[in-house]
Ligand binder design. Structure first.
Ligand SMILES: [Zn+2]
Ligand SMILES: [Zn+2]
Length: 233
């Protein structure tokens, strides 16, 4: 257990980014375009500076996660890491089509799938993630793992203390806010497999992009069926 790991949520328009501050400082996700100043402000508020930031991990290439990465790459000099399978999205600045998995996804997709909200400034990623990326060299005890399904290049950050930051792999259900499948998934079966893998590897807090954090126990309870019927996965 590592008591020194500090995960600080940065609440942005419609989503959250996260600062991980240990010996090193890492940013996970960057919000919609125009979020860079709010993120840098938060960094200052917790006693850091833009120069501290050495790595920005994008959980995937959707506009609400990768939208301000180009601006932050330029302003901070931090390296931006994205999974190889979402690299094309960030190189073009286009998130692509959202595939609803449920009624909430169909309705909300009318807003979030619009062209206007799905484009963002393109950039060249510095690091392409394959299976995993160790974070020790960036001063954080943990690693990035591939958790595809919501998009093909979705990743999650697993910290050695048992916490995880999972981006859009888990959504809060409407209206009860229970841990649920993402409202959109390019491959729902793959998303279920990734959630199962994640549950096996976590024991602490699970931070999601679009809602409050859950305990690993709550997530386990919420997805109990995933474990009970392995044939479905
Ligand atoms: Zn997404
Ligand atoms: Zn999102």
């Amino acid at each position: 257990m590592s008591p020194h790991v500090n995960v600080i949520p940065v609440h942005l328009k419609m989503t959250s980014a996260f600062i991980i501050r240990e010996e090193g400082t890492i940013l996970v996700d960057s919000g919609y375009p125009g979020s860079e100043n709010a993120i840098l402000e938060k960094l200052r508020e917790i006693g850091g500076s833009p120069d501290d930031l050495r790595l920005i991990i994008l959980t995937h290439g959707h506009a609400d996660h990768a939208g301000s990465a180009a601006a932050l790459q330029e302003k901070t000099g931090a390296k931006v890491a994205v999974h190889r399978m979402d690299a094309d999205k960030v190189r073009k600045g286009i998130q692509g089509t959202l595939h609803p998995t449920c009624f909430s996804g169909q309705i909300l997709g009318l807003f979030f799938g619009q062209k206007k909200s799905s484009r963002y400034p393109a950039f060249e990623p510095d690091i392409l993630i394959d299976d995993s990326l160790e974070l020790d060299e960036y001063g954080v005890r943990g690693k990035v793992i591939h958790t595809p399904g919501h998009s093909p290049g979705c990743v999650s950050i697993l910290l050695d203390n048992g916490d995880a930051i999972v981006g859009d792999l888990i959504f809060p259900s409407i209206p009860l806010e229970k841990p649920s499948l993402p409202f959109w998934a390019d491959d729902p079966a793959e998303a279920r497999k990734s959630i199962k893998k994640l549950i096996e590897k976590t024991s602490g807090k699970i931070y999601i992009a679009h809602g409050k954090s859950y305990s690993s126990k709550e997530v386990k309870e919420g997805f109990r069926k995933l474990f009970e019927s392995p044939a479905e996965t």
